[in-house]
Structures are given as C-alpha cells and as structure tokens.
Design a protein. Structure first.
Length: 504
C-alpha cells in the first residue's frame, strides 16, 4: 500500500480520468484546488509527487508527459479493477460510508480573512476589502505557497469564526486576520498571523499612519505586509520542518531559505546549500530550491568569499536560467538572474531583468535595491540612494535591508561623501552583523576620515566573518569595467589598506 497525500491523489486521479487529452495548468488548478491561488512551484511539487508515487520522474516522463506551453497528459495504459472497500474489522464497508484520513495541511497554506472595518463607513469598507484582496494575490507569489482564493475567503466576512475550524474546513496551516480603524486624520491597521492547527498567535504587526491618498496607502500597507509575511512564513515552515524525521523536498527548501535569510556568512551559506541540494535530490524540479541554490552561489561569488568567483557566478546563472525555463514568470528567478548579470559586468541587462521581476511582482523590494546597485556599477552612484529608498518604502524592515544599506555606503564613497558612507555602513551593520562586506566598507570609510582605531576594529569584525577576505580578492572581483566605477573604487582600496585589511 502506498500513502498518498490527498491533493497528489486528486491530481493523479484527474490526469488518469482525462488521459485522452492534454490537461492545461488551469484545468488542474480548477479541478484539484477549487478556488485557490496556487504558485507554479506548488503545482510542480505536487506533480512531481504524483510522478514519484507511480514510479515516474520529471526526466523520464514515461507515464506523465509535460508538453511545453500546452500542459500535461497521462500516457500510460490503465486497467480498472473493482475492489470492495473493507472496514477496520474486516467486513465490507457500506457503499455510503465515507473514509476520513487525518492529514496535515499543505505546506505554506494560508487564508487571508476579510479585514474587519472598525470604522463602518462605506468608503473605508472599499479600502479594507481592497487590502484583503490584494494581499491574497501578493501572497500567492511566494514560492511553494497555496493561498485560498478571495471569493472563498469572503464567505467568512462579518462572521464570528473559530480559526481552528476554518483551518480544518479549508485545509490550511495559517490564518491571517486583521482590522482597520480610522480616527481623525489617522488610520490604524492591526494584523495577526495564527497557526490554524493550534490557534496560537505566530506574529502580529500594527501600522499607524496619517491619512493621505487611500489608494496609495492601500498599496503601501499591502506591500509591507506581503514582504514581512514572506520572511515570517518561511521561518515558521522551517521550524516545522526541523521536527520532521523524514523531510520532503519542500521542507528542505524552507530550511535552506531560512538559513539564507539569517545572513551572508560562509557558515550560513554552506548550511543553505546542503538543504537545497537535498531538496533537489528528492525533486530535481523544485523551482524554489533551484533558485535558492543559484542564490547561494551568486552570494558567494558576489561577496568576495572565494578567489574563484567566476565559477560560482556561472553555476548560479545556469541554475537561474534552468528555473526560468521551467517557470518563465517566476519573479524571483528573474531577480536572481538580474543580480548575477549585475555582478558580471552586465549591469544594463541586470536592470532589465529586475524590471521584469517588478512587472511580475510589484512588491519585490529587493529588485529596486538591485537596480540601485547596478547604477553604482555604472558609475552613477548619485542615483543609488533613490532606488534604495524605494525598496525601503515597500519593505522598511526587510530581511535583506542590510544589503541595501551597504549599496548606498559604497555609492557614497564613490561620491567622496565618506561621512555619509559611514552612516549607511553603520546602519547596515546594525541591521545584520553577519555581512562581512559591510564591516570592510565601514573600515575603509572610517580610515578615509582618519578614524583609524575604529577602522581597524571594523576590519577585525569583518575578518571574523570572512577570514579569507583580502584587498586583492576585492580588487580582482570588480563587477564592472566602467571607468568612473574603477577610478573611484581606488579610494576603497586606499581606505582598506589604512584600516589594516590584508593585502593578499
């Protein structure tokens, strides 16, 4: 007997019953998920699970064929066998009996309940419903997510609900609920994320802002919530996965993602790589894990952690292109590829990829930051701060904000604004102390200002995180041949020497 998750069974059953035709992605989502928003990664994961159950693979495709840009088809011969079902004591079950098997809800499955309008006026009601609808759409873009569609969620509007009961009814792990209250010229938004299995609160947030244009406020609130929830949900899923004795591919992916989110150190990146490799060994078409592996190599190559940076960036580019061949509309895959192009002297191409990522996911704040970095690489450091501020507006407490602040620091050195550079580098260090480049940038800027003791302390902190860093590695790893960029970069070499960074 083979144990099959309900959605995998339903997907396989639908393919077999419709084996005379090609089944589109939309057909599968409509039949199996019934009103939910499903990411490409979630669909691919369940499809691969169905293949695994019947002894097929994504590479061989002997039984389930993928037809590019068309859909899927079950191509094996099928023999139907009628067998009586048996009840627990061995007698045939009555035909009307239902068999209930307790199963865990799908990974990163969530419903956004209609936010409560505590003010009551009609204009605010439209605003509140818009927050709910847009947040539902934006959360569905998280890799591996399964989000209940807004039409289903709105059936709970205005009702006193038991969140655990909702979790059972909709087969989701998480419930997001919130409220909006208007008082004078201010608007207060409260949200909380709840574990639908236990009823325990996982995370809460409050926004309190002066009322301006309601539609602009709606966009800002949704963007900030979506970006914060990405990190929160991945962290919670990773903690769940740690308790699994036999983690599956998606559980391993979430654990790898959580390590990347902790910081840019060789230790964290090595841990992340191991999880992504294990995830891909179980499911070679796990798009999230493929992009995660690309991110690891891109980070190692782009942050001066190796003398063989070109090889790491080449591997990262191969994996990101492979991910895009499987999911052309995957915003994060475009973002990662854009970052790789920026790190390999193709800043203009990188900007285009980041713009494509934003066209697919308007809340991808990291894409704005990458564009800011690209402008620095093009010798246009005066423009960098504007793009970083765009990113911070969308996601002011983003898990990657420490990187964004670093980009402005280096841009300020390019502009000879060393005192401002120190401020930005310090903000980066305060946001996350696990970014070696921030400590080395701070050391260089402090030394250029003549603060040598503080500069040497910053160098010591950077070397503790990345002992192999040298000025030579930094110089040879220049990601642009732009004359302004290269000429101004000499100031950083000078500052690093004064700060005691090893020459190499």
């Amino acid at each position: 007997m083979v144990s099959i998750a309900p959605q995998v069974f339903d997907l396989l059953d639908y393919l077999i019953r419709n084996r005379e035709r090609v089944v589109s992605k939309d057909d599968l989502i409509s039949a199996v998920w019934n009103g939910r928003l499903v990411s490409d990664a979630a669909l691919t994961t369940r499809l691969n699970a169905a293949r695994s159950v019947i002894g097929d693979t994504g590479e061989k495709q002997r039984l389930i064929k993928t037809l590019p840009r068309k859909g899927f088809r079950f191509v094996a011969a099928v023999q139907e066998v009628q067998r009586p079902t048996v009840d627990p004591v061995g007698s045939p079950a009555h035909s009307g009996d239902a068999k209930h098997v307790p199963v865990s809800a799908p990974h990163l499955s969530i419903v956004v309940l209609p936010f409560a309008n505590l003010g009551g006026d009609i204009e605010q009601d439209y605003f509140v419903d818009g927050v709910t609808e847009n947040l539902t759409t934006d959360l569905s873009r998280i890799s591996g997510s399964l989000v209940i569609g807004r039409h289903t969620a709105f059936t709970y509007k205005g009702k006193a609900v038991d969140l655990r009961q909702i979790g059972r009814e909709l087969d989701v792990r998480y419930v997001l609920e919130g409220s909006v209250q208007r008082g004078g010229n201010r608007l207060r938004v409260n949200v909380q994320l709840v574990d639908a299995e236990t009823g325990n609160h996982i995370w809460a947030e409050r926004f309190d802002k002066a009322i301006a244009d309601l539609f602009d406020m709606q966009d800002e609130i949704v963007s900030r919530l979506a970006n914060m929830l990405r990190a929160q949900l991945i962290e919670v899923e990773a903690r769940r996965a740690e308790r699994s004795l036999h983690p599956n591919s998606m559980e391993l992916y979430f654990q790898g993602r959580a390590y990347i989110n902790k910081g840019v150190t060789p230790e964290y990146l090595a841990q992340a790589r191991r999880f992504f490799e294990r995830a891909l060994a179980l499911d070679p078409e796990n798009i999230g894990a493929l992009i995660g592996a690309a991110s690891v190599d891109a980070t190692i190559g782009g942050n001066y952690m190796t003398d063989n940076r070109a090889a790491h960036l080449a591997i990262a580019e191969t994996n990101s292109i492979k991910a895009l061949s499987m999911a052309p509309q995957h915003a994060t895959a475009h973002l990662v590829l854009g970052g790789i192009e920026i790190a390999t002297n193709r800043a203009a191409e990188g900007i285009k990829e980041c713009e494509q990522a934003l066209a697919l996911d308007r809340n991808l704040a990291d894409a704005y930051a990458h564009i800011g970095l690209a402008k620095y690489m093009l010798g246009r450091g005066a423009e960098t701060e504007v793009h970083i501020n765009d990113a911070l507006r969308l996601s002011p407490r983003d898990i990657y904000a420490f990187r964004w602040l670093l980009y402005v620091g280096f841009a300020k050195v390019q502009l000879n604004a060393d005192a401002e550079a120190v401020t930005w580098f310090r903000r980066s260090v305060e946001a996350n102390r696990n970014l070696p480049s921030a400590h080395f940038g701070l050391a260089a800027a402090l030394a250029l200002l003549g603060s040598f003791d503080q500069a040497k302390a910053a160098t010591k902190a950077g070397l503790a995180l990345n002992p192999g860093f040298t000025i030579r590695r930094f110089r040879l790893g220049a990601a642009s041949d732009n004359p302004t960029f290269l000429n101004k970069r000499k100031r950083i070499y000078e500052g690093m020497r004064l700060a005691g960074v090893p020459e190499g």
